[in-house]
Design a protein around this ligand. Structure first.
Ligand SMILES: Nc1ncnc2c1ncn2[C@@H]1O[C@H](COP(=O)(O)OP(=O)(O)OP(=O)(O)O)[C@@H](O)[C@H]1O
Ligand SMILES: [Mg+2]
Length: 325
């Protein structure tokens, strides 16, 4: 919309994880180097974590693009799936036929495929993004895939990518084995104040005009303070700033404009937070109703069976559990 006004080829602050825009902060650079090393050295299991919007998907997409030609890739971006669906997604992305096949067949075919690739000296990699949504059971299945190996080499390398909750899931005792296999683990940190400035100008430059706007003194500090160094939040503020500047037909980003835009975003955030807390309250009430229904039906059954003594009402409101007399 505002591209031509600012002499830009494309929008600089879109929310899609476009690898072309990758800015290498210290932390992004370190993660990228570690992952590339892990892939080249075939270390087996790798983990990439970072806060929501910190740049995990952007980084992994950029890394994928720069991979050598001997690398064969399967990417899974949908993790709210059953174990059969997961194997199916993996095989499909490796180019295997999946329709109408059961899990045992899918696993056998994956194994055969990996052995074939090993013979051809190819390097198959599986990237699972949004891995924080995988259940512990699915993570265990993923670990089993890493068991596919010959006497001297791993047949499949796996990169798990996810938000910090992924680490919490991995901390469970039953996932000890998986945890022990992770050879490379990187966490993307929020970017610093100085990097925020470089990040903004880097994105403007990639979009076609580094000098599209002039940030007045203190305005980048305000963007940094609002975003706490999270690139997605920087993009949201900056896109909004450019739009507002366009409306006012100016190329200067003033303190007043920043204050106004951040004020609006904060009001909006509060609205969503309130909605979140209302919906979580409703969810809790629904859970209590469900639990009450279970208790009531249990009590009715016991009464019907003449077990009057077996009926005790729970003493605390928060636990509507049936307790044995
Ligand atoms: N290092 C970076 N260089 C350029 N743009 C970035 C960088 N990191 C993040 N971004 C931008 O920030 C936004 C969010 O990035 P991305 O989707 O990669 O985050 P994420 O960590 O995968 O988030 P989520 O946890 O929601 O999956 C995107 O618009 C992306 O282009
Ligand atoms: Mg992502």
């Amino acid at each position: 919309m505002y591209e031509s006004f600012f002499n830009l080829k494309q929008k600089p602050f879109e929310l899609v994880p476009s690898p072309d825009f990758l800015f290498l902060s210290r932390s992004h650079k370190k993660a990228l180097t570690y992952l590339k090393y892990g892939v080249t050295e075939r270390v087996g299991f790798m983990l990439l974590t970072g806060e929501v919007g910190s740049g995990k998907t952007t980084l992994i997409r950029n890394m994928i693009r720069g991979l050598d030609s001997d690398i064969i890739l399967s990417k899974v971006f949908n993790t709210k799936v059953s174990s059969e669906q997961l194997i199916s997604l993996i095989n499909e992305d490796f180019g295997l036929e999946v329709s109408g096949k059961d899990k045992v067949t899918l696993l056998r075919e994956l194994n055969d495929f990996l052995i074939e690739q090993y013979a051809k000296k190819s390097n198959p990699i599986l990237v699972i993004d949004e891995a924080q949504n995988l259940t512990p059971e699915l993570l265990e299945e993923v670990r089993m895939l890493s068991n596919l190996e010959t006497d001297d080499a791993k047949l499949l390398q796996i990169i798990l990518v996810g938000q910090p909750e992924l680490k919490k899931v991995l901390a469970r005792p039953e996932l000890r084995q998986l945890r022990q296999r992770i050879s490379i683990s990187c966490h993307i940190q929020p970017i610093t104040r100085a990097e925020t400035e470089d990040y903004i100008f880097h994105r403007l430059e990639v979009a076609g005009n580094r000098d599209a706007v002039v940030f007045e003194e203190g305005t980048i500090d305000a963007v940094y303070n609002f975003s706490r160094g999270i690139p997605r939040l920087i993009n949201i503020v900056c896109d909004f700033l450019m739009l507002s500047a366009f409306v006012e037909e100016t190329r200067r980003i003033s303190s007043d404009l920043v204050r106004e835009v951040i004020g609006e975003l904060e009001t909006e955030n509060r609205f969503w937070q309130d909605s979140d807390s209302i919906s979580s309250k409703i969810e809790n009430i629904m859970k209590e109703i469900e639990s009450l229904k279970r208790v009531t039906s249990e009590l009715q059954k016991r009464l019907a069976a003449g077990q009057k003594d077996a009926v005790r009402l729970p003493s605390t409101r928060s636990t509507y559990e049936y307790r044995e007399p």
